[in-house]
Design a protein around this ligand. Structure first.
Ligand code: PFF
Length: 446
């Protein structure tokens, strides 16, 4: 059977950037930047993206394209040793857990898109908007129904395969996302408080930078590039053998960081104009922004545009998560795409129930002091993604063979790869040391 693949470079970049750009950029990045001191946090985050994120992304592409299989299969093929496939298994478990909590927030987003279309925020006081968010998330059935709608839309795209489903859809959704962002940006930058918001994003205040903030920035770099979670290995396996992977990685990271920064430039000027604390936390998108839209001229339309943007961004990420799971089920158990999708969405449909109920009836059901939603989030960001990435760079850096890696990156010697020594040094030393420092810090050694 001929392996499916991306038909064009543009489609490949749109799909991979689509996976990277998501709730992590538009929902999480602004609120952690707000808490982490604005520009100072951004500088650290960008350093991590350039020195760690890019090499990890390239490593996943190398494993996928060389292995020509799903995450587990690629590892098995390249290592010819079943113990290494642990790396593949781990990242498939990681992506399933991420998917389970991510789909819940995606559900809230669709719910808020509907609410904004019906103008539900109109004439509500800030308290009422806050209560609206807690009642929305703590209900038993409706958040699960919305999460299932998100799951259904995702499956609808993935069922058409790589070229006709994922690639085609990403080529439409990514320009749409960019256009929506630009509209919001124009509005935000013409608000009276824009100057203060921009200053917050551009003037670093290093006094807010603590070890915790540095760890969060590193975690965000992994999360935003969808690393250590099977996705980029799977997408790597669909990249054409003639494609230049090095430059693709630079472009994907550039697009991804630009969208995060633009999200900051949309949100902070608005927050400062309406006197809202930028360190608001996770409620920033669902409580603070509806409040701001309420007070803004044309806010009805801008609310719809914002939640549409968040929906589009989430969708291109959930598509990549489902594809990573489906590829494993198809190739390891030899099922058809449809059967694999049915199994994949059933697993996520079950796991997302306790995640959603964590905000309602299961709020007091704690595992190690955390709700199920928080556990999925914490385990994946703190351990799953960094450990997955550690295994990948270790394998490619030390075991796979320098010549094999160079051969893959240079398309069998056809491309110059002047960056190769730097790349090899980074994945051999910098990335493992950085990840080890995180763990030791978390364990309290430092
Ligand atoms: N990169 C996505 C975001 O920033 O929203 C999140 C994500 C997608 C994480 C896919 C992991 C993954 F496998």
């Amino acid at each position: 059977m001929k392996r499916e693949g991306f038909a064009s470079r543009l489609g490949m970049i749109a799909a991979a950037a689509g996976s990277a750009i998501g709730l992590g950029n538009i929902w999480r990045f602004p609120y952690i930047t707000g808490k982490g001191g604005g520009a100072a946090f951004i500088v650290i985050y960008l350093i991590f993206i350039v020195f760690i994120g890019m090499s990890c992304l390239l490593t996943e592409f190398v494993i996928g394209r060389r292995g020509q299989s799903d995450a587990i299969g690629s590892f098995l093929k390249l290592s010819r040793n079943k113990y290494w496939s642990v790396g593949g298994w781990l990242c498939v478990i990681t992506v399933s857990l991420i998917f389970s909590f991510y789909i819940v927030v995606f559900g809230w987003t669709i719910n808020y898109l509907v609410k904004s279309i019906f103008n539900i925020f109109a004439d509500k006081t800030p308290q009422e908007i806050g209560i609206l968010f807690s009642t929305t998330t703590s209900s038993v059935f409706s958040p699960i129904v919305y999460a299932y709608i998100g799951l259904g839309i995702t499956a609808f795209v993935v069922v058409d395969g790589i070229e006709h489903g994922i690639e085609k859809c990403s080529k439409i959704l990514m320009p749409l996302l960019f256009a929506l962002m630009v509209i919001l940006l124009l509005r935000s930058l013409t608000l009276p408080g824009a100057g203060k918001g921009i200053a917050f994003l551009l003037k670093p205040d290093f006094s807010k930078v603590t070890t915790e903030v540095i760890l969060i920035a590193l975690g965000q770099a992994f999360f935003t590039l969808s690393l250590g979670a099977a996705v980029m290995i799977t997408y790597g396996s669909y990249i054409n053998k003639k494609e230049r992977m090095g430059s693709a990685v630079v472009q994907i990271c550039f697009i991804n960081c630009s969208i995060s920064l633009l999200a900051g430039f949309v949100i902070f000027p608005a927050a400062f104009t309406f006197g809202i604390n930028p360190g608001e936390g996770p409620g920033l998108a669902f409580v603070t922004l509806p409040n701001i839209f309420q007070q803004m001229t044309g806010g009805y339309y801008f609310a719809i545009i914002f939640f549409l943007l968040l929906t589009v961004a989430s969708l291109t990420s959930t598509i990549s998560m489902l594809e990573a799971i489906v590829a494993c089920i198809r190739e390891q158990i030899m099922l058809t795409r449809k059967q694999a999708i049915a199994i994949g969405i059933t697993i996520v449909a079950i796991l997302c129930i306790p995640c959603s109920l964590s905000f309602g009836p299961m709020n007091n059901t704690k595992i190690f002091g955390h709700t199920f939603f928080d556990i999925c989030n914490l385990i994946t960001s703190n351990y799953g993604m960094p450990i997955g990435s550690l295994i990948f760079v270790f394998f490619v850096g030390w075991f796979f063979g320098k010549d094999n890696v160079k051969d893959e990156l240079s398309n069998s010697g056809k491309l110059p790869v002047r960056y190769f020594p730097y790349y090899l040094f980074t994945i051999r030393f910098i990335v493992p040391i950085a990840i080890l420092i995180i763990f030791l810090t978390k364990l309290g050694v430092f």
